[in-house]
Write a protein that binds this ligand. Structure first.
Ligand code: HPA
Ligand code: ZN
Length: 347
């Protein structure tokens, strides 16, 4: 009888990652603004930026910490003015996501980064929603839109934003919390999150990115979030680590973001293997890919390479992203099956 070769010993890492169906659960649409589009929109809208060329913009992308990134991020968004700008921004991202086999994208936008400079909430959400609808119809990417409150603004501003969002209730699945974390604990937003949950929004929050484990406790207990964005500092607190793994609260970690903002360097210190071993539900995400040097597949690839993740680890991470998303159960099962098929193909 002929010998049948059952196992391939090698697989092409990037090809395998690309083939896995994945959910992106931590992505700021404004963080997908590529330098080319930023300069083009600034010119069209007559917005002055301190850059003369794409090289100038790229040169500026060296960040000391979260705040030094946020300063450039808010400067960049000032180039976006009308509904078409928001459509173009979001649709360019959905095209990229589709090309990377992202089957579900739960994307943040920051309404206050626009309303505070005189742009209507409706202009922003209409552009984003049109792009999301087109992506669902034409690109086979399912989309959930999450509006994030800027935590370095007062709670009253978040409350006004929630009020503006109510007429677009059907277009937005949830509320989040982002921007400067240190000094702006989740407790500052307890009331607005309560109101948002009562209105039927799901709740997530950035916590434990630069802030302490205590902020993650607050996000869970006071904001009643169902996912934690980043969450690295959970590991500083054994009781919290135990709680997050017992209750299977998913974490949307972002390897290249943590590296570029100097939260975790070098990348081989990124704690995703530890999280997996502890029974937590970490997911891989890209955060602000235009600023941090990579979209979703590059994040999987970089982390897989430095941590020597196995094909099985990668399939688990893809499954966790699907499991932690807010799509319907039967769609999760369909995508799980495709992950398994993709995994079987390499043997
Ligand atoms: N952290 C906090 N706020 C943000 C981020 C981030 O990584 N990206 C955009 N706003
Ligand atoms: Zn983020």
């Amino acid at each position: 009888m002929k010998y049948v070769k059952m196992y391939k010993t090698k697989f092409d890492l990037l090809e395998f990652i690309s083939k896995l169906p994945k959910a992106e659960l931590h992505l700021h649409l404004e963080g997908t603004l590529e330098p080319e589009m930023m300069l083009e929109k600034a010119k069209k809208n007559g917005v002055k930026l301190p850059y003369n060329s794409i090289e100038d913009v790229k040169k500026a992308y060296r960040f000391k910490d979260l705040q030094s990134f946020l300063d450039l991020y808010y400067l960049g968004v000032s180039s976006l003015v009308d509904e078409d700008d928001f459509f173009d921004l979001a649709y360019a991202y959905f095209k990229k996501a589709s090309s990377q086999n992202v089957k579900r994208a739960e994307v943040f936008f920051d309404p206050q980064a626009h309303t505070r400079r005189g742009i209507d909430f409706s202009t922003v959400i209409k552009g984003i929603y049109k792009a999301a609808k087109k992506a669902e119809d034409e690109l086979n990417v399912s989309v959930g839109i999450i509006m994030s409150f800027l935590r370095d603004m007062p709670e009253s501003s978040a409350e006004e934003t929630l009020e503006q969002a109510l007429q677009y209730r059907k277009w937005i699945i949830g509320v989040g919390l982002d921007s400067k974390e240190l000094g702006n604990p989740p407790s500052k937003f307890e009331r607005v999150f309560k109101r948002a949950r009562e209105e039927g929004f799901i709740a997530v929050a950035h916590a434990g990115e630069e802030g302490p484990a205590e902020y993650v406790w607050e996000a869970i207990k006071l904001l009643k979030v169902s996912r934690i964005d980043h969450g690295y500092h959970i590991l500083d607190d054994p009781t919290l680590t135990e709680k997050v793994s017992q209750e299977k609260i998913p974490l949307t970690t972002c390897p290249l973001s943590a590296l570029k903002l100097n939260h975790i360097t070098p990348l081989d210190k990124f704690p995703i293997k530890t999280m997996l071993k502890l029974g937590m539900i970490p997911t891989v995400n890209s955060d602000d890919p235009a600023y941090f040097g990579g979209y979703l597949n590059e994040n999987y690839y970089q982390i897989a390479k430095v941590l020597k993740l196995s094909a099985s680890d990668l399939a688990t991470l893809a499954k966790y992203s699907i499991m932690a998303s807010y799509i319907q159960y039967d769609k999760k099962v369909d995508l799980f099956n495709i992950v398994d098929e993709t995994y079987c193909e390499i043997f």
